[in-house]
Ligand binder design. Structure first.
Ligand code: HEC
Length: 247
């Protein structure tokens, strides 16, 4: 009987683990009303991939992800891939390289890092916050700084979309209790809300890139749990049947 109780506890533990882990990831503890890790949303991932290729691949590579793997995972045909998401000189079996030559370190003061694993190493909320935290700072060589990565040598490449924001300096802002950290001083093409959604798509794409098998892992996990739940009563009845003459 002890064994059965232990097995049941283990199953329940596993199930609640699976159920609560994504919720914990999604809430992230910060203020992310538009950001939720959701790699099951293929339309969002496709937008993120398109935006990554347009705005980021000029400097950043995804050296662990191949174009054709990405196309298959995102539900795109090879024609769609070639027409929309690839540099013309690349082949579908290539990993996603950058157009940036190595000496770029001299241009920015830091080499743009490969972003394959950034969403795992830094966390998705960090990436989402980073892309929303560029602010005007005349003391920096490129005129912008970032509160998430102070002294970042990346230009604010999304300024056309977001516009430019200034950091709000008063004390209430510093402790982050509801006060706004930034104030938009030059409008971009997107509204504040649209920009958050844009960043969410891009971040979700980087979460996907960091673990292309993520969707498969989650669906396999569920199938295993469902299988165990169905198996458990059968095994329990079988055990009772076998032991009934002994007890
Ligand atoms: C003009 C070149 C350039 C472009 C375009 C660019 N970046 Fe960067 N990025 C950099 C450089 C340089 C750094 C290194 C910053 C540092 O460490 O000071 C960086 C750093 C980063 C980091 C921090 C990585 C880490 O772990 O420290 C992230 C995340 C990032 N970029 C995301 C993006 C995304 C998303 C885009 C597209 C919207 C983008 N970048 C476009 C040059 C660029």
């Amino acid at each position: 009987m002890k064994l059965i109780k232990a097995a049941a506890a283990l199953l329940i533990g596993l199930a609640t683990g699976v159920l609560t882990a994504p919720a914990a990831l999604a809430s992230g503890g910060g203020d992310h009303p538009y950001f939720r890790v959701d790699t099951g949303n293929l339309a969002g991932l496709q937008r993120g991939a398109r935006d990554f290729m347009s705005y980021c691949a000029g400097c950043h590579s995804l050296k662990y992800l191949r174009y054709n793997r990405m196309a298959a995972d995102l539900g795109l045909s090879e024609e769609q891939l070639k027409a929309n998401l690839m540099f013309t000189s690349d082949k579908p079996g290539d990993t996603i390289a950058t157009a940036m030559p190595n000496e770029s370190a001299d241009w920015f003061g830091a080499q743009p890092p490969d972003l394959s694993l950034t969403a795992r190493a830094r966390g998705p909320e960090w990436v989402s916050d980073y892309l929303q935290s560029f602010y005007l700072d005349p003391s920096r060589p490129l005129g912008v700084n970032n509160t998430v990565l102070p002294g970042a040598s990346m230009p604010h490449v999304l300024w056309e979309l977001q516009g430019f924001q200034a950091k709000v300096e008063h004390a209430a802002a510093a402790d982050g209790h509801g006060a706004k950290k930034f104030e938009l001083v030059q409008k971009g093409k997107l509204s504040e809300e649209e920009y958050k959604k844009f960043v969410a798509d891009l971040t979700n794409f980087l979460v996907y890139a960091a673990e292309p098998a993520r969707n498969k892992r989650i669906s396999t996990g569920w199938n295993v749990l469902i299988f165990l739940f169905i198996l458990f009563p059968i095994v329990y009845l079988l055990k009772k049947e076998y032991w009934k003459d002994i007890h």
